[in-house]
Write a new protein. Sequence first.
Length: 152
Amino acid sequence: MFSLWWGVQKDQDRNPHEALNDFYEAKDRAEDQLMDPLILAGSDVVPLVLAELPNKEMRLRRYAIGFLGNGRHSQALPSLVTILKDESEIYYFRADALAAIYQISPGRAKELAPEYVNGKELLGMVAKDIVAGKNPIYFERTYWDAFWHVHN
């Protein structure tokens, strides 16, 4: 039991910069595990992720957006709305942003979604699901999934 607690505590005490670097390295992780270093670092890494998010060339940006929604990090809403509304953004980043907004604030996503139902490919699909009252989230990851390195 002590070793389990030690492992949890170790991840929670992790330096956020180390977690972000580990995220970028994506070493020995499948796609469904890419956000794990961020999940394990928790809210301490959110300011670093938010600082990187405006960079349209950010490595693994989709997974960073997903992490923010997955963790229900409400401080990310302004950045996610900015990505969603920016027509120069790649459509799937905009779709990911709308899905993350839904995870954080379904009400806010329902306000925004009607404007994007005719959006390109994934963006339109996510918006249509939200407008239809369907959950657009196809993937969520728990702390324990990340901790135990669960691969789906």
